[in-house]
Design a protein around this ligand. Structure first.
Ligand SMILES: *Cc1c(COP(=O)(O)O)cnc(C)c1O
Length: 380
């Protein structure tokens, strides 16, 4: 067996995964600094990031929106919202068609928040007529939560249509846009979104360490006294930023410096439109190539996002994902196991600092691996 050095190399394995993902060298280099989280220079970086995120979303303070940065990964941002914005007697309606919808439900359960679940199969978007009738029939539901791109499969949920129904019924609307923000256009105003959660470590190509929440100010200010935890208190965190420009507790300073650089590179690429174009192309090249190699994708094209794609295991030979994964890893490429409960799949993400050439290299490596795996079987 070939011995591989585990020392740092000039280039790491390419991550075809939806976070952590491959980032640029300059984003990583931005972390080679020690910054004091109370110092005014660092606070200026935090302030500029908060403004920039509103700008990317196409909203502003003047139009009534605020940004809150929260320590922890994306999940901590979702939990900050769920634990902070529902009143003690509130009730959450959660739309679920994958693991991240299920995680919302799990959070609400841990928090002892009354919850109603509207579940659809993992390859189907929520039933909007059902949503209408659930909201008409249950006036105790105060909040509705949906996931934009359900990264479990790559399905894109219709958050604007869902939002119209939620707003017709005058409920508060929470959207987990962790894997879509920055690469799939989102209109917060016409979707009626009150709280949107995302992370630097997905389509904005930063490194993990914090999450961010875009909030309609009026909805945020109406949550006084609702927070069920201290450290994830959304309104408390916002008040901290407003008071002295600081996080209440030690932030991931290096991650924030990396994110500042990631946002510069996001602008250089042409913002949401530029990033969407690259990811869409990555996805198209991947899908075409995989079809050519005989793989079937899990979702129908109408609901498939260009963020991540699930593929069925091949059935014409004894496919073993672990072996396949290891061969690709030996070629310095990392794909993602499946998470779907109803089918045997693996996933390949199109996001991160990866380009068409990377996708083509992956396709070559996949072709080689499949041939080898088929041959191994013939030898037996
Ligand atoms: C990645 C992801 C999360 C969780 O983010 P972590 O950073 O892994 O905690 C939540 N929701 C969606 C849709 C995601 O893609």
């Amino acid at each position: 067996m070939k011995h591989k050095l585990t020392l740092p190399t000039a280039k790491d394995k390419t991550l075809f995964t939806p976070g952590p993902l491959t980032t640029s060298l300059s984003v990583k280099q931005a972390m080679l600094r020690d910054a004091g989280s109370w110092h005014f220079e660092f606070n200026e970086v935090v302030a500029s990031i908060r403004d920039k995120l509103l700008e990317i979303a196409g909203v502003s303070r003047e139009t009534g929106f605020e940004t809150i940065l929260m320590q922890g990964s994306g999940t901590f941002g979702v939990e900050a919202v769920v634990s902070s914005v529902l009143p003690p007697n509130g009730k959450l309606l959660a739309l679920a068609n994958g693991a991240y919808g299920e995680r919302l439900i799990q959070m609400a359960s841990h928090l002892r928040i009354a919850t109603r679940v509207l579940r659809t199969p993992e390859n189907q978007i929520p039933d909007l007529d059902m949503l209408q009738s659930v909201l008409s029939g249950d006036s105790t539901i105060t909040h509705v939560a949906a996931v934009h791109c359900e990264t479990t499969t790559g399905i894109l949920n219709p958050i604007t249509e869902i939002g119209r129904i939620v707003k017709d019924h005058q409920r508060i609307y929470i959207v987990d846009a962790i894997s879509s923000f920055g690469a799939i256009p989102i209109d917060l105003v016409s979707s009626g979104i009150d709280f949107l959660i995302s992370s630097p470590n997905k389509c904005l190509e930063g490194v993990p360490g914090f999450s961010f929440i875009l909030a309609r100010r009026a909805a945020l200010l109406a949550t006084e006294g609702f927070a069920r935890t201290l450290s994830l208190d959304l309104l408390g965190q916002w008040k901290g930023f407003e008071k002295n420009g600081q996080f209440r507790y030690t932030p991931a300073t290096h991650t924030i410096l990396a994110f500042q650089q990631a946002l510069r590179e996001f602008d250089l690429e042409g913002g949401v439109a530029g990033r969407a174009a690259r990811y869409r192309n990555n996805h198209t090249v991947l899908l075409d190539g995989m079809k050519r190699l005989g793989f079937r994708s899990y979702l129908n094209p109408e609901v498939q996002s260009y963020v991540i794609t699930s593929f069925h295991y091949p059935t014409d030979f004894d496919f073993q994902f672990d072996k396949f994964y290891r061969r690709l890893s030996d070629n310095d490429m990392i794909i993602y196991p499946g998470k779907i409960s109803q089918a045997d799949t693996f996933r390949i993400a199109s996001i991160g600092r990866i380009f068409e050439a990377d996708v083509r290299s992956l396709l070559c490596a996949i072709e080689e691996s499949v041939n080898e795996l088929c041959d191994t079987k013939d030898d037996l």
